[in-house]
Design a protein around this ligand. Sequence first.
Ligand code: UD1
Length: 441
Amino acid sequence: MEIFKINGHKKLSGDVTLHGAKNSALPILCASILIKGESIIHNCPDLSDVKATLKILEDLGCTVTRQGGTVAINASNITTSKIDEGVMRTMRSSILFLGSLVSRTGCASIYLPGGCDIGTRPVDMHIKALKSLGATITENGSGITCCAERLTGAKIILPFASVGATENIIIASAISKGRTTIINPAREPEICDLAEFLNKCGARIYGAGETTIEIEGVENLSPCEHRIIPDRILASTYMSACAATGSNIVIKDVRPTHLSPVFPVFNEMGCRLYLNSNELKVEAPKRLKRVKIIKTMPYPAFPTDSQSPVTAALSVARGTSVIKENIFENRFRFVSQLNRFGADIDVNDQMAVINGVTKLHGADVFATDLRGGAALVIAGLIAEGESTIHSIEHIDRGYERLESNLKQLGADIKRIKDEKITEEKKAEQQQTVCERRAEPL
Ligand code: UD1
């Protein structure tokens, strides 16, 4: 077990470079099995979710090599269409393999992450869409088998702009027969990145990032080289850390348009933002101003993934801020842990009322999920005294060596092995895991 120890209440300064986006890397890696030959993916973040995806690719028969940020996947020989239950259970975005495997091999057999780890997270839109493309789907308790000789294009109307369902449809349709139309697809930058990767390989995907996507199925795809877009959620996490600690930092390799939904919130908090091509300078005031209301919505609105880090920053703003979470019902679970730092946040009906306090104190807390974990790290950076963050494996799913990058900015944070975890702590940790319900992929 590893933990973070943070000595907070220090200003951040200097610069930090974004790594590639987790939410682009995962679907692009899943899509790579459509391609016979070697796909080269640059700027691929070294995250536990990415490692699990690469392990699945190897298990399926791909040859995978990594050199620094570049990953090469040779998917010439796919030897099985079944994914091992153990790896699948560590990988919440496993559902994305459904479309790619059925398209490449004619059959996909996957397990869904189960138990209290997953709860009620639905995949109904994925299943319905694949059925519309002609797949036969059988569900047996913990697993799904999806078969089709060759998928056939169809018109698919998504009742909600689901990121994962849009990606599954794009991947599944790329080498299908005929034309697929997605009405109301997700428009996130990661969808555009996936489409760009597949189009470089010879796919014909039009309209990614818009309100309708058209996919003309092609017979086959050829390998390409692709660079993953920088992680906009990581950018908003650094911006929150900077804002929360009244600091000035420079974030490198940003795509300003990807961050346009979060800029107004930081401006409202009183931060000054300066853009110089792909560098973003953030200058925070001594004390943040409150934000009237933030509503999380699909892109191009405020991202649910940025909600937790921003909540942590607003915990020490002057006045009361309100955040309405509209995407995932359990995205405020970290708040009870945040309140252990002395924050004053009430959550009711997916609405958080954040009464800004003047300071936080050190606390001993558990990361409940990936972005909530990042929020607790930010609270530790704000707090006077020492903080301990347990269950940091959640954070490692989406942040590459977060502590090293924060250290580079001047934070006093270290990752240490927690040899002496007590039975009481173990029980508390188990409790936070079992409380977890629908969580993003
Ligand atoms: C992706 C991101 C995650 C982000 C989320 C929303 C990845 C790997 N993960 O997750 O970081 O927080 O988008 O931006 O890219 N839903 C259904 N039925 C379905 C599918 C989804 O009801 O078949 C619901 C979900 O429970 C949730 C909402 O739709 O309430 C949004 O989910 P979705 O956009 O699919 O998010 P993910 O792809 O899981």
